[in-house]
Design a protein around this ligand. Structure first.
Ligand SMILES: Cc1cc2nc3c(=O)[nH]c(=O)nc-3n(C[C@H](O)[C@H](O)[C@H](O)COP(=O)(O)OP(=O)(O)OC[C@H]3O[C@@H](n4cnc5c(N)ncnc54)[C@H](O)[C@@H]3O)c2cc1C
Length: 532
């Protein structure tokens, strides 16, 4: 085990390579701070690859009167969309109406309604849903996304997969986001602006010595230890935020995190259009059914208490049955466990606001600077993928009380790598790519544009035919692309590639994934996979 020390003092040391850590790293590096970020596994290996993947205002949070959060998130959808039109795109959501759909009983709205309209017995009246959608349309200054319309489901393609009892629906807008790619692109942009991004690097301890943090890390692959010094620490540990406070930085803090697990199931494609469904349950909860990766449907999520961040979240058989049962209240086709081709699960690191249920706990974020150790640490609680950029801006405000920033807010609308093209420009990019590289089929070309945007051409280089891109590992994944991912996007293993840089894990066989992993292991050991 080698012991090395980096005696240089960094301005900001960030613990955690999820969306919040990487978003803060990017913003801070762009404002002239020296930044180091340590992630103990792969980037986005925890919550930030396990979301429902929506840039959304959060329609249901209106029932909790979370107007600040909803407004900020609604405005943010379009700001983000413009900066990353490859990995984010507008989606239409169908909300079928049926009078049996109920509120969760402890929302402020349901309490008010049971006072003034007790005969509704917890049911959501249609006018209230319409009012919520009216606010959703108007709270957030929409410019790109179309507003709400009422739909007659009878005879419509949107009604075709649904049971006949659903005759009416509302259709509204939100956006899709490739969550784990968002994290990697933020990390890359941070690095391009001077940040030092380290994966497989676990922070073991941070102690303050004369107002400077001394941070001990261990490489989780080769067990090398390293020491870093920093003026300020950011704890963006997601589900581990409490663990970092208590056992790594050892603060005497009263702030606590509430861990709420959310699981998703994936089935083969359940219907033939590109819109999503927003289903309300009789238990007051809601779930989404979303077209996923061309040939699949994504269904989620659950809300279950999770007590220990070191216990890997999995979608339990009970959660699978719950989601299948929920969807079966809507779809004509009866779904069973046999229809489930993949599941994933993540833990929401929510600020503990003392709410009674996991569903009711606030999704807003809370940032707290603690100076009790003698040097400042910023602890991050809660947050959404949707609000990560705004969270980073708020973090910079807190940081500015301790470090000198050379620049003000700058990230709004600034493209992430590959995102420098118009919001409606994907079809054109796909056509351009296919005319320059005629061997690319539709699936392949679109997949590359959706992942890499204007950088797709760099991966293909001078290739004249598919074989010029080296070995093919299955489902259009070639050696050239893997080399790019290892060199530029911190990928080390097959899992990093097929579940976080893309979702080709849904298509590759076990043997193909193993061959990819072996190939990557050989390259990794001959040359370290550092971003260039
Ligand atoms: C089921 C579900 C659905 C969701 N859906 C949406 C949605 O549709 N839209 C939306 O906007 N938001 C959604 N969210 C919320 C969103 O995913 C989270 O708020 C966000 O991903 C949290 O990011 P984070 O960076 O705080 O945490 P994480 O992504 O968990 O990152 C924290 C990182 O810290 C690292 N770490 C911890 N301890 C150490 C250490 N000692 N040393 C080094 N590294 C360490 C971990 O390995 C981890 O990678 C959803 C969340 C869940 C669970």
């Amino acid at each position: 085990m080698r012991q090395s020390a980096d005696t240089e003092i960094t301005d900001l040391f960030i613990i955690g390579g999820g969306i919040n850590g990487c978003g803060i790293a990017r913003d801070a590096a762009g404002r002239g701070l020296s930044v180091a970020l340590a992630e103990m596994n792969d980037l986005a290996s925890a919550t930030s690859s396990a979301s429902t993947k929506l840039f959304h205002g959060g329609l249901r949070y209106l029932e909790y009167f979370e107007f600040r959060l909803v407004r900020e998130a609604l405005i943010e959808r379009e700001t983000l969309l413009e900066a990353m039109p490859h990995i984010s795109w507008p989606m239409r959501f169908i909300l079928p109406y049926h009078q049996d759909m109920r509120f969760e009983s402890d929302t402020p709205t349901s309490k008010l309604l049971s006072l003034f309209m007790p005969w509704m017995k917890g049911r959501r009246p249609a006018w209230l849903i319409r009012l919520g959608l009216f606010m959703y349309d108007h709270l957030g200054g929409r410019k790109i996304l179309p507003g709400t319309v009422t739909l007659d489901l009878r005879g419509a393609k949107e009604g075709a997969p649904l049971q006949d009892r659903f005759a009416k629906a509302y259709e509204y807008s939100d956006c899709w986001i490739e969550d784990s790619r968002l994290v990697v692109l933020n990390a890359r942009d941070a690095e391009a602006r001077g940040a030092h991004i380290m994966t497989q690097t676990q922070v073991l301890s941070a102690t303050s010595e004369n107002g400077i943090w001394r941070i001990e890390t261990r490489n989780t692959e080769n067990h090398d230890m390293q020491t870093f010094y920093a003026r300020m620490l950011v704890n963006a540990g997601g589900p581990w935020v409490g663990d970092i406070i208590q056992s790594k930085v050892r603060l005497n803090s009263r702030e606590t995190v509430r861990l709420v697990r959310g699981s998703h199931i994936v089935t083969r494609k359940l219907y033939d259009h590109d819109k999503c469904y927003f289903f309300q349950g009789t238990d007051g909860r809601i779930i989404f059914a979303i077209p996923y990766e061309t040939d699949f449907t994504l269904i989620g999520t659950t809300d279950a208490e999770h007590y220990d961040p070191s216990v890997k979240p999995v979608c339990t058989p009970e959660e699978q049955d719950y989601l299948l049962g929920f969807a079966n209240q809507y779809f004509k086709q009866e779904l069973t466990r046999d229809d489930v081709v993949w599941t994933y699960s993540g833990v929401r690191p929510l600020y503990d606001d003392g709410a009674s249920s996991a569903t009711a706990a606030t999704r807003d974020y809370t940032l707290k600077v603690d100076t009790s150790a003698g040097a400042p640490v910023l602890n991050i609680f809660g947050g959404k993928i949707t609000t990560y950029r705004r969270l980073a801006e708020s973090a910079m405000e807190k940081i500015s009380g301790h470090l000198h920033l050379t620049k003000g807010k700058w990230t709004a609308g600034v493209p992430l790598p590959g995102g420098n093209f118009p919001v409606n420009g994907v079809d054109q990019l796909v056509a351009d790519l296919q005319s320059r590289f005629p061997f690319l089929g539709d699936f392949w070309a679109r997949r590359l544009v959706r992942a890499y945007g204007t950088e797709a051409v760099d991966i293909l280089g001078d290739a004249k035919q598919a074989t010029d891109l080296g070995q093919e590992f299955g489902a259009t994944l070639t050696e050239s692309e893997i080399r790019w991912l290892m060199t530029h996007e911190y990928a080390r293993t097959a899992e990093d590639v097929i579940w976080r840089r893309n979702k080709l894990g849904l298509r590759l066989t076990k043997e193909q994934s193993q061959a990819l992993d072996d190939w990557m292991a050989q390259r990794r050991h001959s040359k370290p996979a550092m971003a260039e």
